[in-house]
Design a protein around this ligand. Structure first.
Ligand code: 3H9
Length: 708
């Protein structure tokens, strides 16, 4: 239970000469809770009616102005006063109101600042209307005031991208009037207020600003945004609401537009996309809260070594270089050293070509990079990451070398994506130092880092892995040891479900289309073509010996791989890629192979709707997810969600597979699994945890650690 602080705690009002300073003090980020709204409105009203007050200053305590509405309160019964009311009251003041902004002025925080009459920003300020990232739109006058202040085009850009504008840009856009040095928002605000009073400046309401005066320009910006949004926003609800709100701001009176904005905002609040996106927001912050990171301090991390300079090793090297580490790469011979360096340089050359890196910056980064054929070069690294061929014997041999050369206390990490890390750890004399760091390809771009925790690892090594993730700006998820950890284990289950659907009658193209229709950027067969069909083939061969002979096994992918059709890199796979084209074309020969396999097994193909495809796909994902949680491979359902959001392209607005299951309702998911089990009881075995939760009327959310 969180107690709502009283207004007296969260909003302070103090007198400084002629200026009344109202300070919002609601740690950690001064989010606007109902208590803040109440306190702010009361303080503003009191200052407005006090004849001895000549100007009102609004600041945030600490490092931020205000990070927006308190997201935790969404979905609860709204408490008066509403934020639009508070903002309107601020704007209506009969004396100048100044907002002095340090750090974040986001969402409702920026809307408070927009309702003030003047704005001054410190150098570290970041201003934005990021509501769209939470499935929302500005709901306290932002869609009406921002276009009046900075014009429709700039306002739409801020609201549709959700990006943060830094102080200098905010000033050039006209979002703030002035920039101030230092870190003291109150001092900067008081100085600005004195200046305004000395100049005899009066109230200046944003509702009267002229940013929409050029109607034709505003309409053109809205039309362009509307076209762009309908092309890009793939089923998202709030972006078009934002565009229409700006249209309303242009067409209607200020008061009418604010009223209509509120209605549209409340429709966004009610949308399941808002629930999914806000779950994602909190889940990605919760994942780093793991027992080891709480119990232990990370070890010192200054130098990083990498073994293996293939695509993966090079991507990890780039991540480490970008995080500021010196990196030494060990390879078996000179040719491989050159190839490793070339792989690293290729990444930076690509950035330079796209204008994302200054050409002369590359040399400075590469000065921190060395290659060696001698393991002794790793003697003084604090962390060695193995990224060699996915074969347990090869990996064990590497770890024997690491054990021999690395200094005491060095963290020894493997980038395996499936193999038994307990066994790898056991091949060293220091299993307490061995951890899994499962990067995703391309490692310098993909945000997910599965931190795999073997039985004997010490807590400070796990804490070090989480600290590394923070420095590399990755999203870390703690995983236990099993075949495939969290992500690839669950992937194996729903990929099989997709193969069953394929063999039973749907084409790979129908399955991919259904999965894209759900919100994924690509379907599973497209992903296989992108990653290379040979990778999955190697895994299937590795697992062949341990496969349950009674389990259904679909051989279509093997038939395709046997022809050397590995996807994009070979010009064909599930799709055809004529002359290296990236977008695949449907291939009648693949359909013939699928048909031949059906005939061989005596399967009469049937039709699948997109809905049935997705019910099966998701049921397999959720069922395996429940097993992964019950076995402790994932700490909580939210760890599964974050794994899929950041590593597997799961549509963010659905919150992750476990959140999706909660929103659909666990009884329905279980009912589906039981119905599918009638055809194939071995594959569709309901997870006991799922059955338990349904029996108790609970959801996965109940297993996520309570907040606050
Ligand atoms: C809105 O404003 C709607 C209005 O238009 C209309 C209303 C009518 N509420 O990210 P951090 C927590 S929608 C509640 O780790 P950083 C966060 O969970 C809102 N809690 O720090 C974390 O908690 P914990 C629009 C919030 O320094 C702690 O604060 N605003 C909120 O890396 C620290 O956060 C946004 O979308 C919140 N609004 O980054 C801004 N914000 O410690 C969302 C944060 O328990 N916030 N928390 O894990 C951010 O982008 C970043 O938090 C910020 C700081 C840049 C501010």
């Amino acid at each position: 239970m969180t107690t709502i602080p009283t207004p007296a705690n969260v909003v302070r009002s103090t007198r400084h000469g002629d200026v009344q300073c109202i300070t919002i003090d609601n740690p950690p980020v001064n989010a606007i809770s109902s208590a803040v709204r109440r306190g702010l409105k009361e303080a503003v009203e009191a200052a407005d009616v006090d004849a001895s007050v000549k100007a009102i200053l609004i600041v945030g305590e600490g490092a931020n102005f205000v990070a927006g509405a308190d997201i935790r309160e969404f979905g609860q019964a709204p408490q008066p006063p509403s934020l639009p009311e508070v903002c309107n009251r601020i704007e209506a003041c009969g004396k100048p109101v100044i907002a002095a902004i340090r750090g974040a002025a986001l969402g409702g925080g920026l809307e408070i600042a927009l309702a003030a009459h003047y704005r001054v920003a410190l150098q570290d300020a970041k201003l934005g209307l990021p509501e769209v990232q939470l499935g929302l739109m500005p709901g306290a006058g932002g869609t009406v005031r921002a276009p009046r202040l900075v014009g429709a085009q700039a306002a739409l850009d801020l609201m549709l991208s959700g990006r943060h504008a830094k102080a200098r840009e905010a000033a050039s856009l006209g979002l703030v009037d002035d920039l101030a040095a230092g870190e003291d928002a109150q001092a900067a605000g008081l100085a600005h207020a004195s200046q305004l009073l000395a100049q005899g400046a009066g109230v200046r309401r944003t509702r009267d600003a002229q940013g929409l005066a050029d109607r034709a320009a505003a309409q053109a910006a809205i039309d362009a945004a509307r076209a762009d949004t309908s092309r890009k926003s793939r089923g998202l609800f709030s972006p078009m609401k934002i565009v229409e709100a700006v249209q309303t701001a242009l067409d209607k009176s200020f008061d009418e537009a604010v009223k209509l904005e509120r209605e549209a905002f409340l429709a966004c609040i009610d949308s399941p996309q808002r629930a999914g996106l806000i779950h994602a927001f909190f889940a990605e912050r919760e994942v780093a809260k793991v027992p080891e990171a709480k119990a232990a301090q990370p070890r010192k991390l200054e130098r990083v070594g990498i073994v293996g300079g293939g695509t993966m090793g090079a991507g990890i090297a780039v991540s480490a270089l970008d995080a500021g580490f010196p990196v030494v790469m060990v390879e078996r011979d000179q040719v491989s050293i050159e190839r490793g360096r070339a792989n690293v340089e290729k990444v930076y050359d690509g950035l330079i070509a796209k204008g994302r890196m200054a050409p002369d910056a590359k040399a400075a980064v590469m000065a921190r990079y060395t290659g060696s054929t001698d393991y002794a070069a790793l003697a003084d690294v604090d962390l060695a990451i193995e990224a060699v061929f996915e074969d347990i014997e090869v990996k064990k041999a590497v770890f024997k070398e690491l054990d021999r050369v690395c200094k005491a206390g060095a963290v020894l990490a493997t980038n395996t994506s499936y193999l038994d890390i307990d066994a790898i750890a056991a091949s060293t004399s220091r299993p307490q130092d061995v951890v899994g760091l499962h990067f995703f390809s391309p490692a310098n771009i993909m945000k997910l880092l599965e931190i795999v925790v073997p039985a004997k690892v010490s807590a400070d090594v796990v804490a070090t892995a989480f600290a590394l993730a923070r420095r590399m700006k990755k999203v870390p998820v703690r995983a236990g040891v099993c075949d495939g950890f969290i992500g690839n284990r669950i992937l194996a289950a729903y990929r099989q479900a997709a193969d069953h659907i394929l063999e039973d009658g749907a084409s790979p193209y129908e399955i991919d289309a259904a999965v894209r229709g759900f919100g994924y950027p690509m379907g599973p067969f497209q992903v296989s073509d992108l990653a290379g069909g040979d990778i999955g083939w190697a895994t299937r061969k590795r697992k062949a010996a341990t496969r349950d002979p009674k389990a259904r096994y679909v051989e279509v992918a093997d038939r395709i791989c046997e022809r050397g059709w590995f996807g994009q890199k070979t010009g064909r796979g599930w799709y055809l890629y004529p002359e290296g084209a990236r977008a695949g074309q449907e291939d009648p020969e693949v359909l013939a192979i699928v048909d031949a396999e059906r005939q061989r097994k005596g399967i009469a193909p049937r039709k699948f709707t997109a809905d049935e495809i997705m019910r099966r796909y998701m049921a397999a994902m959720v069922n395996e997810g429940a097993k992964v949680v019950a076995e402790g491979i994932a700490l909580r359902p939210l760890d599964v969600d974050v794994t899929f959001l950041y590593g597997y392209g799961f549509p963010r607005h659905r919150g992750g597979p476990m959140k999706y299951a909660d929103m659909v309702g666990l009884p329905r998911i279980l009912e589906d699994i039981r119905a599918f089990a009638k055809e194939d009881p071995l594959f569709w075995k309901p997870a006991p945890l799922l059955e338990e939760l349904v029996a108790q009327g609970k959801d996965f959310l109940s297993l996520n650690q309570p907040k606050g």
